[in-house]
Design a protein around this ligand. Sequence first.
Ligand SMILES: Nc1ncnc2c1ncn2[C@@H]1O[C@H](COP(=O)(O)OP(=O)(O)OP(=O)(O)O)[C@@H](O)[C@H]1O
Ligand SMILES: [Mg+2]
Length: 462
Amino acid sequence: MWALDLLNDTILMALAPSLLVLIGSMVLIGLHWASLGAVIAVGALFYVAITVLFSTRYIAPAARISNAWDTKVGGTLADALTCNAVVKSFGAELREDTRLARVINRWRVRVRRTWFRYNYTAMAQLSLLLALRASVIGGSVLLWMSGHASPGDVTYVLTSYYVIHAYLRDVGMHINNLQRSVNDMDELVAIHDEPIGIVDASDARPIAIEGGEIVFDDVTFHYGGHREPLYDGLSVTIRAGERVGLVGRSGSGKTTFVKLVQRLYDVSDGRVLIDGQDIAKATQQSLRSQIAIVQQDPILFHRSLAENIAYGRPGASLEAIEQAARLANAHDFILRLPKGYGTLVGERGVKLSGGERQRVALARAFLADAPVLILDEATSSLDSESEALIQQAMERLMKGRTSIVIAHRLSTVRSLDRILVFDRGEIVEQGTHAVLAGKPGGIYRGLFERQVVDLGRLAAAE
Ligand SMILES: Nc1ncnc2c1ncn2[C@@H]1O[C@H](COP(=O)(O)OP(=O)(O)OP(=O)(O)O)[C@@H](O)[C@H]1O
Ligand SMILES: [Mg+2]
């Protein structure tokens, strides 16, 4: 903002008037004494040209680099601070210090170089001005001595030249400022030019979700930078009001599936339809406001618990908030906090335990009351007792809504209408728990047996 200010001021209030006066005075001298006028004009032109050249070719590249390092110092600091817990738990303070010191050292070298370039440029400008002044004074005195000029002429030229000299110095300074403000805005402009990942189509309309039927129609999806597409022609239909579980090993593409439903990424090929409407043609805001989601790694705002829960439905009453919290089995722990629903939860919710954070996220989704509900490992950090309680709440909540439940713990999905088993971006099995668990040699059966065996072992140990 300051850079933009400086740019405006420099051009409109400083450079333009200075140039005007400069040109005017030179014309006046030229009218009075053509040869000296020409000398001054050539000198001034040369001076401005050199200044522009130094600014853009000598200072600007260095300034661009030191600005980039400015940003890097900020980035390194932010990275170390946000991962502060990791730094502490590995006792790596010294290592982080060294790392920061290294970055700062390189930053210092770059900034110093820029600073020196400013100063060298200023020295060159001053020398040029002094040379010009010397030749104007010397020239007029010589002309006077040889009888080609009167003392009046000399006085006229010298006084006018002092005016010109001052303006030339100003113009040099303004050009430097101009370059500096343009450099300072570089990164801002670059950010502005960055293409927006997901853009609403120009004729995008709000989507109206009623039943919440979700159709993946021959969807191909590719994460940028990956060589292989994750989904290659994936087709699946989730009926309106159906409760579907997604299982499969880590990295098989379950979270990505729900990200595509929310259109956090655009598909490379094929379509995703909700209630028959292509979500690529809907406004993102309308789409996402009708999907309630508990993310795999829920993040909270550093605001009160009540505000966090009400995020899905701004303006919800305290009763409604408490009701949602009760359903999510969060009410009791919230009341035990020092300020109850007014408690601030810290950046990203760090002041809550993982399970507590998850329950707040669940309450948020419960309150949102959207036709499509997505739970991505929503109960993974809960103890079995809370999980069982929430399971009941979820059953109630999923009634009449299209629900997608992702879980590694199969107990969470076994009662759902249908289970989709993902493997490397493909749906390799689907059906109810009973069907899949009875399928000899099936992946789901394998997963299920392993979990049952583990449970059995646990029971035997007890
Ligand atoms: N933003 C991203 N950019 C690039 N690759 C990604 C991104 N998010 C996920 N991936 C990759 O896509 C694949 C599928 O990831 P996804 O998060 O869908 O897995 P998942 O089935 O939800 O796994 P988990 O059970 O561990 O949560 C993984 O190989 C992952 O590395
Ligand atoms: Mg996942």
